[in-house]
Design a protein around this ligand. Structure first.
Ligand SMILES: [Fe+2]
Ligand SMILES: [Fe+2]
Length: 193
């Protein structure tokens, strides 16, 4: 398999989550149109979507793109068009990360019944639903395949092996960070005897 193979397979799962986020957006908007007072944001869904976007789409998927594929391509004599596209894609990843953080903050505001929080949830959800398919299309159709032309077969094999290694460490990283975050929170609280 080429190193872009796992990335394209991951795109298909990201598209499925984006479709679910789009359906949730439509559901809330329809409820708002019928009876705004009974329109509700499902915080469990938003938490699941944010976790997916952070852990899978950003850390796992964008991580392999930026730290392995793009890092290797950065050492090549890329055409100005491909170099520009790669820089745009990195900027788009940062934008996706920021918008996901804003969605989480809006959901927290919604739970605290802050004015405007429902509209903020809808706005950030809508931006992510609109953005990701375009980002994926740019990579699948205009960047990944031509960029394989810059790599030899042995380089492609090495990139693929590094991607598998990267994936293998992620589950351990996720739960180590989770334990460390809880330990930090516990350490801040006084002990009760
Ligand atoms: Fe990407
Ligand atoms: Fe991607």
């Amino acid at each position: 398999m080429q190193p872009i193979g796992p990335l394209m397979i991951e795109h298909r799962l990201i598209e499925r989550m984006i479709a679910l986020m789009g359906a949730e957006l439509t559901r809330i908007k329809e409820n708002v149109a019928i009876e705004p007072e009974f329109a509700f944001v499902d915080p469990v869904f938003i938490d699941a979507a944010v976790d997916f976007m952070r852990t899978y789409a950003d850390r796992c998927h964008h991580g392999k793109e930026e730290d392995i594929l793009f890092a290797a391509l950065a050492t090549k004599d890329l055409s100005p068009e491909h170099r520009q596209l790669m820089e745009d894609l990195i900027r788009q990843h940062a934008w996706g990360r920021e918008t996901t953080a804003k969605l989480l903050k809006a959901k927290e505001g919604y739970l605290l019944e802050k004015p405007g929080a429902l509209n903020d949830v809808l706005a950030h959800l809508g931006k992510l639903v609109e953005f990701y398919p375009r980002h994926i299309e740019l990579e699948d159709k205009h960047f990944f395949i031509p960029c394989m032309g810059y790599c030899s077969d042995s380089e492609k094999d090495s990139l693929l092996a590094r991607m598998y290694d990267f994936d293998r460490s992620l589950i351990h990283e996720k739960y180590r960070l989770q334990v460390e975050a809880i330990e930090r929170r516990k350490a801040c609280k006084p002990h009760k005897s």
